[in-house]
Every structure is written in structure tokens, then in C-alpha cells.
Design a binder for this molecule. Structure first.
Ligand code: APR
Length: 310
């Protein structure tokens, strides 16, 4: 059996961290692509990572390039390319700039890997995943966005700290768009199989939910420059592993809805089964009226961003 081939587009903080984690877990050979101006640092990062192989004991070829021909026949493509919001740039400007990046990257990917599966991380991720879906012409199950694994991971981190328990025993679920309106589903969250609602007082749970919603901003404020990348990269790699090993994991991902949860023509964070075919299934949960209202508000936020797309 030959090794899998994984392309990571964008050799910035998130892309490089993702590539290194993929190699460490021996999920396949990794090609990192960035723009021509960034070709040398990209090659340097790739070689530096490869030289960690003997020490860490992983077998994976890692290369850096600006030539998409080297990405040909990838089994999986992960898009982290994009521009971060700079002072003076409006959120709408950012959407349109990253939309252009998604379009050009997607054209190259599709040209060289017409049968691949794409995971998108670039923000605003719901609208960027939609852009890649439209531009690629791929079936919806082969274009997936990442946000729920990360949002749930933040929720699980805070819950584990609150209860002084292993993060391994905490499960959580987050629905909706990747933003302050996301909907952490406390009813479906557990510590070692015990419902969180029976372990944590309501006011503390509400505080954890609020902190989860603004988890990305908390990191941005602490870093002072740039946004989170360790946990985002780890989250992407969990999805990548599920696809490459056909694990059929139940993970919250950004999937294209055609009527599920009452929404149409939108990429949104929902519980899914992830395996070799990408999104194998969207799981529809019964929601309370409050949860439905919160999800609807989150959809409105995502649609507002989508309205800015060209
Ligand atoms: N093609 C390929 N790479 C590109 C392109 C392009 N058209 N445009 C920009 N890039 C590259 C940049 O050269 C840079 O190396 O994308 C990389 C982005 O890296 P960083 O600026 O370090 O950003 P990072 O922190 O990795 O975040 C990337 O992930 O979580 C999201 O919100 C985050 O949208 C952002 C993305």
C-alpha cells in the first residue's frame, strides 16, 4: 500500500503546524504550498520538519513549493491560505480578499487533484468553505470546513479545568457558524458519560459557554499579533485522520445543508460522520426551541458574511 499524499495550502502558522502534526502522526507524505514569494521559507520549513523525522521516528516526505504540479493526485487537501485582518481593513474587505485567495487556490487544486477531498480552515470559514465548494464543482461531501472540532475542543478544555478531570473524558458538541453566535450544545456534552448539566452548576456552565463562544478572540488578545494555530491545526489533523483512515468518526464539521435543520444552500457547523468519502452523513439532532432560535441567529450571521461574497 502506498503512502497517502496530503497537500497543505498556506505555510503560515496554521499550515506549518498542521503539516508537522500530519507528518508526526505518519498520516502521509506532505506537500506544503504557498505563493511564489514565500517559496523559500516554505522549502526551509519543510526541510526543517523532515529533519525532525529521525529524532521523532516518523517516516514522511515533506516538501515545500509554489508549484501546484507537485500537489498532483493528493488524497487530501487542507486550505489554510489567506490574509489576516489588518488594522484599517474592514471585515467585508477581508471576506473579499480571502474569497479571491480561495478561488485561485481551488482552481489549482482541482486541476491537479480532481478526485481529492478538501478541508477548509481559512476564515471566515463558513463562507470560505462555501466559496471552495462553488469554485471546485466538487460534490458537497468532498468539501468540508473545520470549526466545530476546535470550538468543541475549547469547550472541553474549559470543562476539564472546571471539573479537574482529564480532557479525554470530556465530550462536547458545538453547532452553528464559527463565530460569537455558535451554539455549544450542553445537553449533548458529558464527562465520562455523565451529563455535564448534573455536574456543573448552571451559572458556571453558562460562563463556560460564553468563554467558548469568544475563544478565538481570547487567543487573539493574548497573542497580540495573529490568531490561534496550535489547536486549529490539531483539529484539522483529527478530521484528516478520520478521512485518510476511514474512521467514520462522529465530529462536528461545516457541511453543506440542503434542508437539514431547516436550512438550504449554506455551509454550517453540524454533527457529521466523517470517513473515506469525506462527509458520510449529517446527523440531525432534535433541538429545543431555545437551541433552534440560537441556531437560527447563527445562520443569520453566516448569511450576512455570505452576502459580502462576490
Ligand atoms: N496561495 C497560497 N498561499 C497563500 C495565498 C495564496 N493565494 N495567499 C496567502 N497565502 C499564505 C501566506 O503567504 C501565508 O504564508 O497563507 C499563509 C497564511 O499564514 P498566516 O498569515 O501565518 O496565517 P495563519 O495564522 O496560519 O492563519 C491562516 O487560518 O485560522 C485561520 O483565521 C485564520 O484565515 C486564517 C488562516
Amino acid at each position: 500500500m502506498s503512502r497517502k499524499k496530503i497537500t497543505v495550502v498556506g505555510a503560515g502558522f496554521t499550515g506549518a503546524t498542521t503539516a508537522f502534526l500530519l507528518a508526526q502522526k505518519e498520516l502521509g507524505d506532505v506537500v506544503i504550498v504557498d505563493i511564489p514569494q514565500a517559496e523559500n521559507p516554505t522549502k526551509g520549513k519543510a526541510l526543517d520538519m523532515a529533519e525532525a523525522g529521525p529524532v521523532q521516528g516518523f517516516d514522511a516526505n515533506i516538501s515545500g513549493t509554489s508549484d501546484y504540479a507537485e500537489t498532483a493526485q493528493s488524497d487530501l487537501v487542507i486550505i489554510t491560505a489567506g490574509v489576516a485582518r489588518k488594522p484599517g481593513m474592514s471585515r467585508d474587505d477581508l471576506v473579499q480578499i480571502n474569497q479571491k485567495v480561495m478561488k485561485s487556490v481551488t482552481q489549482e487544486i482541482v486541476k491537479y487533484s480532481p478526485n481529492t477531498t478538501i478541508i477548509v480552515l481559512t476564515n471566515p470559514v463558513d463562507a470560505m468553505t462555501y466559496t471552495v465548494f462553488k469554485e471546485s464543482g466538487f460534490p458537497k461531501h468532498r468539501v468540508i470546513g473545520q470549526s466545530g472540532v476546535l470550538d468543541s475542543a475549547r469547550f472541553r478544555t474549559f470543562v476539564a479545568k472546571e471539573l479537574n478531570l482529564s480532557v479525554k473524558d470530556i465530550t462536547g458538541f458545538v453547532l452553528g457558524g464559527h463565530g460569537d453566535d455558535m451554539v455549544p450544545l450542553v445537553r449533548y456534552s458529558y464527562a465520562g458519560g455523565i451529563p455535564l448539566e448534573t455536574l456543573i452548576p448552571q451559572d458556571r456552565l453558562e460562563a463556560i459557554v460564553a468563554r467558548t463562544r469568544t475563544g478565538g478572540g481570547e487567543i487573539v488578545n493574548l497573542l497580540g499579533n495573529g490568531s490561534a494555530y496550535y489547536a486549529p491545526a490539531a483539529s484539522i489533523v483529527e478530521m484528516a485522520e478520520a478521512i485518510l483512515k476511514d474512521q467514520r468518526r462522529v465530529l462536528p464539521t461545516i457541511a453543506y445543508l440542503e434542508g437539514e435543520y431547516g436550512f438550504e444552500g449554506i455551509y454550517l457547523g453540524v454533527p457529521t460522520i466523517i470517513g473515506a468519502n469525506g462527509i458520510e452523513q449529517i446527523i440531525e439532532l432534535n433541538l429545543t426551541e431555545d437551541e433552534k432560535a440560537a441556531l437560527s441567529k447563527s445562520v443569520d450571521s453566516v448569511r450576512q458574511v455570505m452576502d459580502v461574497l462576490n
